[in-house]
Design a protein. Sequence first.
Length: 184
Amino acid sequence: MRYHDEEWGTPLHSDQKVFEKISLEGFQAGLSWITILRRRPAFRSAFSRFDIDAVAAFTEADVERLVTDASIIRHRGKITAVISNARITQNLIAEQGDGALDRLLWASAPDVPAPRPHSVADFVATTPESAELSKTLRTLGFRFVGPTTMYALMQSAGVVDDHVEGCFRASSGQFGPTETASGA
C-alpha cells in the first residue's frame, strides 16, 4: 500500500532513477513485485545504489559475489543483464548527453491517454507503446526489457496513469511530462 500511495505512478526522471527501475523491473520478471520491494534496499546496496558508472565497471568477480548474495535475487542472467544494461546506458549518455535514458522512456508515452481502468481487472499487460519501447531498448542491446516488463516500468514511472477510477492517486493533470511531485 505504501508503495502505491507514495511512489507508484509518480512521474520519474533522471537516467539513474530510470536505470534503477529498469533493473528492478527486470529482476521482477517471473516474481511478485512485493518480493522486489522487500529486497530493494539490498539491491541498492549490492548494485552501488544503481550508479550507472559504478555498475558498468562491475567485473566477473562482482557477478560471482552477487550470485551468492542471498539478500537479492541470485539469477545470473538478470545480474549480468543489469551490468550490460549499465554499459549500454553509459554509451547512450555519452552519445546523447545526460537525460538520454530518461528521454527514451518518456518518448514512449502514448499520444492519447488510455481510458482509466475501472478495476484491476481492466489492466492490460502490454500496449503498442510498451512493445515499441521494448523493441527500441532491445535494438540498443538491453536485456530483460520485454513488452510486459516495459509496461510495468511505464506504469511505475508515471509514463502512463493506470490508477483505477476513484483512486486518490489518479492524475488530475497535476503533473506534466517533465515534472515530478516535488516539482523537480
